[in-house]
Ligand binder design. Structure first.
Ligand code: 5GP
Ligand code: ZN
Length: 138
């Protein structure tokens, strides 16, 4: 399915130009136009999924398989020492383009990129109950 007013559907189809690295029948791999670091890549699905909650497991499997190959290509070209994979779902989680995409962000020492949070406290018994409760939905 393609969504008419979706910029990433248009990029995925090739109707809007992008710096494309690679393409399969399911995905387009492009450079982010406003990168966190040089070599910041997005893997965009060709089919429109708003976010992970809509994506099927088969596509998700192919996606991560492709991500391993793309991550190594980014490393080979940029010489990055590390790489973050980021994927935002929903406005509250920082998603700004509501068409599924995976970020691959190469990391360098002192690059000023920040992805930190303050850890919340946990209680072992509550963790066990929560783990069971989440499992009940799987
Ligand atoms: P999100 O915040 O939704 O996880 O990430 C959206 C990403 O898409 C941002 O990093 C932003 O720079 C990138 N982006 C938005 N519009 C375009 C575009 O037209 N072309 C490309 N290549 N990247 C885009
Ligand atoms: Zn779309």
């Amino acid at each position: 399915m393609i969504k008419d007013d979706c910029i990433f559907c248009k990029i995925a189809k090739g109707d809007i130009p992008s710096a494309t690295i690679y393409e399969t029948s399911d995905f387009r791999v492009i450079l982010d136009v406003a990168p966190a670091n040089k070599g910041h890549v997005l893997i965009i699905t060709k089919e429109h999924f708003d976010n992970i909650f809509q994506m099927d497991a088969e596509t998700a499997g192919k996606l991560f398989s492709l991500a391993t190959v793309v991550a190594r290509a980014i490393k080979a070209e940029t010489g990055c020492e590390g790489l973050n994979i980021l994927q935002n779902n929903g406005e509250v989680a920082g998603q700004t383009v509501h068409h599924f995409h995976l970020h691959l962000i190469p990391r360098f020492k002192n690059d000023g990129v920040n992805m930190s949070w303050t850890p919340k406290e946990t209680v072992a018994t509550e963790q066990e109950a929560l783990a069971k409760a989440i499992k009940s939905h799987i």
